[in-house]
Design a binder for this molecule. Structure first.
Ligand code: FAD
Ligand code: NAD
Length: 405
């Protein structure tokens, strides 16, 4: 009898957890499992702000996919998915195509630029290893070039961060630790460097605990960050950005580096493949399948689930992507075993911790507020736990964060 074929697209948090759970749950004769990912490595998206600022080498945030999968049960294909043909049950890849009986889409998110002019062309994002490497190199280039020019252009040393959400704040935490090192390395006066964070909402980390937000703002201001709150980026140009506060007139901030950390959307393949979606995210059923497509699961940043308590979507997080991966694997095993009852996914939100550099953080964990060293310790434990869940103790030993004390 032909074995059902399960294809998993994307080896990020959601896709890898689905794969490693499935390879444990299923016997080799029960199903063919195929994992497809653009690169031969997985990267910890949640550590990209560190690689982007240059406080952690990009090789530290990634590991080989082949090292964590059971190759006797899972076939790994390194390729880029271009489109999903739901009717013919196949995925079009850059180098071919692959058919499926069951599909898991876990392709992650992309930057959401809201159609703001110039962002795609001139701003840097924090989205994958390539973008992190490019941003780090660009900032270094600006420092290296500053002293080469006879007429000094101080705007080279202006770094604008668009968005004071968790990504923007975590990046600022790393950046403010990195700047003194860069100043020393490139003989640049620290006082010439300007770091500006532009946030459209009336507060930093909108919706987060105000006491913790005040702590974060004070810490970052102390390290030199200027916050422009209630101020929106209207345009990005080769010379910097145009911003406006409320009804005020648009003004220019000249900057050598503009980082766009002001929003994510689901992978563009979702819309390209004709799924009904909101900003690239598909509202999935409680069992994580797509309404009307019982053979397609969508998890992670490409999925959308409503938090009924507040009638708003759950934010796209690694925490949720990994939990979905768990349930998705069990539901796939049930389908292969011809069971009709599938498990409903219910997020179990343990808390949120936002780092402010390697030695400081804020967070709420199991309802308890944390700041400083304790929060930072917790953040590193969360990072190590994510490694443990995929690759066990050996992966933690190889890639874990032990700079705890
Ligand atoms: P991802 O983990 O992003 O993985 C997607 C995978 O798909 C990648 O391997 C990618 O290479 C691959 N891929 C993409 N396109 C294709 C294609 N066309 N073909 C083949 N492969 C493809 N969340 C938290 O819960 N806690 C945190 O502390 C946290 N910190 C964050 C810090 C930063 C700087 C950022 C940017 C995000 C952070 N998040 C955090 C959010 C979290 O990273 C995402 O919600 C999570 O990564 C989503 O998981 P995913 O499996 O959907 O996608
Ligand atoms: P976000 O959508 O959470 O925040 C983006 C911020 O940009 C918002 O505060 C928004 O008001 C602001 N913004 C939007 N348009 C703007 C404009 N034109 N000008 C200025 N500001 C503008 O995005 P994010 O921070 O990238 O986070 C994405 C997801 O990843 C979220 O779900 C978040 O919870 C998660 N994440 C979690 C952590 C963590 O838990 N430590 C870290 C990073 C990201």
């Amino acid at each position: 009898m032909r074995k059902p074929k399960i294809v998993i697209l994307g080896a990020g948090y959601g896709g890898l957890i689905t794969t490693v759970r499935l390879q444990k749950l299923m016997g080799a004769n029960e199903a063919d499992i195929v994992l497809i990912n653009k690169n031969d490595y997985h990267y910890e998206t949640t550590w990209l702000h560190e690689a982007s600022a240059g406080t952690l080498h990009h090789d530290r945030v990634r590991y080989e996919i082949r090292d964590v999968i059971d190759r006797s049960k899972v076939e790994f294909i390194q390729d880029t998915a271009l489109e999903i043909n739901k009717e013919e049950k196949k995925v079009i890849l850059e180098k071919g195509e692959v058919s499926y009986d069951y599909l898991v889409v876990s392709l992650g998110g992309e930057s959401e630029t809201f159609g703001i002019k110039g962002l795609k062309e001139y701003a840097f994002g924090i989205v994958n290893v390539n973008s992190a490497r490019q941003l780090r190199e660009h900032i270094e280039y600006q420092f290296a070039t500053y002293n080469m020019e006879e007429e000094k252009k101080d705007e080279r040393l202006v770094i604008v961060v668009g968005g004071a959400g968790f990504t923007g704040i975590e990046f600022l935490g790393e950046l403010t630790n990195r700047i003194p090192e860069l100043c020393h390395e490139y003989d640049v006066d620290f006082h010439k460097v300007r770091i500006v964070c532009v946030e459209a909402a009336p507060m930093v980390l909108p919706g987060f605990d105000p006491e913790l937000v005040n702590y974060a703002v004070a810490q970052l201001e102390r390290k030199g960050v200027e916050f422009l709150i209630g101020t929106a980026i209207k345009e990005c140009t080769p010379d910097g950005i145009l911003v406006a506060k409320g009804e005020e007139e648009v003004r220019e901030i000249k900057a050598g580096t503009v980082v766009w950390a002001a929003g994510v959307r689901g992978n563009s393949i979702i819309e390209k493949s004709g799924f009904e979606a909101m900003r690239g995210r598909v509202k999935v059923q409680p069992d994580l399948r797509v309404p009307g497509h019982d053979d397609v699961f969508i998890i992670g940043d490409c999925s959308l689930m409503i938090n009924e308590e507040i009638n708003r979507p759950y934010p796209p997080t690694a925490q949720i992507a990994m939990q979905q991966g768990d349930v998705c694997a069990r539901n796939l095993a049930a389908l292969v075993r011809e069971k009709t009852e599938l498990e409903a996914f219910k997020p179990d939100i343990k808390g949120t911790v936002c780092s402010l550099g390697e030695d400081d953080a804020i967070g709420v964990v199991y309802g308890k507020k944390l700041t400083g060293g304790k929060a930072s310790f917790m953040k590193k434990m969360i990072d190590n736990r994510a490694l443990y869940m995929v690759g066990g103790a050996s992966l933690v030993m190889k890639k874990g964060k032990f700079n705890i004390f």
